[in-house]
Design a protein around this ligand. Structure first.
Ligand code: SF4
Ligand code: SF4
Length: 270
């Protein structure tokens, strides 16, 4: 059974995968796998870009988003024409010759990866380039073109260790058993810069203690040579208290929420 394993820590957002997908499918008829993708409006692999934090503590996260080739795919029973099927290798295909354009699958897919081709009156999505896999290729075009090898594709057994070592799927709570795994999905951060308003200098080595308001779990970092501190890898939408101390001076923050990444800005330590 095939899987994608995508390491987001080495995706640099070059868009090569998105472009290669268009190159492979626009104007090319790969029936019975897929009919041509339109020039515009469809991205069977789409780079989602998220700007995190605020200036100057900004990070950009990229994530290639595609059909998850779910093992419990709700698009399959949603199709009244039985046009959607799962191959023995785990790839989910919409048969372009059976599809009658009812669009039920588009509503059924919670990942928003099925597009509608108005000209051909059919639903379309990623095929994992099954037309290539069935003709000697070992991977789809997106994986083949990725310059950093962020997109890996192959038998699940090849990636057992990678998957067991912290791979995640998108929206696991849906229980659809996606076959696209991600490594190093960006979590939230809390950051700031500590300075001494009298000296007009940044404060180096201030001890910053972040306490999870629910569990009481603490983590501690020191400000660096720029007076900066970063707490990375925090779960989304948790609450924290922060205490910053140096030479008897203390500054506290309460109930910092990590719904988004948090830049506390320049913090005077008086
Ligand atoms: Fe990221 Fe690779 Fe796609 Fe470039 S080709 S955007 S590095 S996954
Ligand atoms: Fe179907 Fe959507 Fe799952 Fe792909 S991601 S298999 S289109 S439900």
């Amino acid at each position: 059974m095939k899987v994608f394993v995508i390491d987001l820590s080495i995706c640099n957002g070059c868009y090569s995968c998105q472009i290669a997908c268009k190159d492979e499918h626009v104007s090319n008829d790969w029936t019975p796998y897929a009919k041509p993708q339109p020039d515009t409006g469809q991205f069977w692999v789409k780079i989602l870009e998220e700007v995190r934090g605020t200036v100057p503590k900004v990070r950009v996260a990229y994530r290639p988003h595609l059909c998850m080739h779910c093992d419990e795919a709700p698009c399959i029973p949603a199709c009244r024409r039985n046009a959607i099927y799962k191959r023995e290798d785990g790839i989910v295909i919409i048969d372009p010759e059976k599809c009658a354009g009812h669009r039920n699958c588009i509503d059924a897919c919670p990942y928003g990866v099925i597009y509608f081709n108005e000209d051909l009156n059919i639903a379309q999505k990623c095929t994992s380039c099954a037309h290539l896999l069935d003709n000697g290729w070992s991977k789809p075009r997106c994986a083949d073109v990725c310059p950093t090898e962020a997109i890996k594709f192959g038998e699940e057994s090849e990636f057992t260790d990678l998957i067991a070592g912290g791979a995640e799927v998108i929206s696991p709570e849906l229980g659809l058993k996606p076959r696209v795994y991600y490594l190093n999905i960006m979590k939230r951060f809390v950051a700031g810069t500590v300075y001494d308003p009298e000296q007009k200098e940044v404060v180096i080595g201030a001890i910053c203690t972040l306490t999870d308001t629910k569990s009481g779990e603490k983590s501690t970092v020191s400000t660096d040579n720029f007076g900066d501190f970063w707490f990375r890898g925090l779960p989304e939408d948790s609450g924290y208290d922060l205490k910053i101390e140096r030479d008897g001076r203390v500054k506290t923050f309460h109930d910092i929420r990590t719904k988004k990444d948090v830049n506390l800005g320049d913090i005077p330590l008086t």
